[in-house]
Design a protein around this ligand. Sequence first.
Ligand code: 5GP
Ligand code: MN
Length: 335
Amino acid sequence: MEPIQHIFPLLLQPKKIAITTHMKPDADAMGSSLALKNVLEQLGHQVTVISPTNWAGWVNWMQGADEVIDYEKDKTIADQLLDQIDWLFCLDYNHFSRTKSLAEKLKSISCTKILIDHHREPDETSFQYGWSDTSKSSTCEMIYDFINASGNANKLNEAVCECIYAGVVGDTGSFRFPAATSNVHLLVADLKTRGLNHEKVHDKLFDNFLENRLRFTGHVLLHRMEVFYEYNTVLIAIPKSDLLKYQIKTGDTEGLVNFPQSIQGMKLVALVIDRDEERKWSFRSKGTFDCNSFARRFFEGGGHYNAAGGRSSESLEDTIKKFKAAMKENKSQLQ
Ligand code: 5GP
Ligand code: MN
């Protein structure tokens, strides 16, 4: 993988470009993709964003979200487009497997592939150019750096600033995680100087739900949460029946995993949701518990040191048993 700076001179010739991101894109994935699209279009490129799956409604306010292709819905159109592109950007994921049914297509096409990502253990051999930096708060922060370093700071318009800010807020837990460095705060200061309305973005991200979602949250915290004080661990397990009863949609469960971190002394929070095709895990830790290794070892997943995800094809009951055994095995790291 050659350094990303090597593509800067090549940005001057107009190209056909696709930007892809991970399945069920969150604020960072969608924000970084749409911010980059906006800037590349200002440079004269023809750009399409393709998401491997659908996404949460609370990113639909971002400029350009209405033109994003959902690969599961419009596979034929996306495949045709991918056959014609010069460049493929891969944002906010480290491995093609994170793009679900899109993975095979992305592997097979022969265009130039460019990675920009902050997850651990990237598959560097799949990309001609790239930048992987696990110290970065978010892919949006990296896109901001990319825009500046390539001499395009004058293209940070209102829409781009909003997208970047949304991703940074999302991935830093609103500036509370260790990844919210002084550089992140300097980035925000610059966006503010450029006229960013941060209140609007917070409103769109956090105060944009229906009543059922809040009632679902209350139900889950009351009935589906187990605290293991001996292991400083909290587990939330959500059966399919809860999702149906409260009409839970993509994105409605975002943030749920953060609530138990407010209990004194907790080191690990695990959330498992019984989705149709799989049991989806989210892990959050504080301090020295390595969620990335834990998710990789026990739940076919990965991510960051203090935030990771994984999956299981076993039943909800069995995957919970597996979690409890894994928790016991990790007792010394959790104390
Ligand atoms: P979340 O719990 O918010 O879904 O994900 C937390 C972090 O872990 C995100 O950065 C996400 O991209 C990553 N992640 C989530 N699920 C998986 C997975 O199955 N595999 C890998 N490698 N990373 C994941
Ligand atoms: Mn991210």
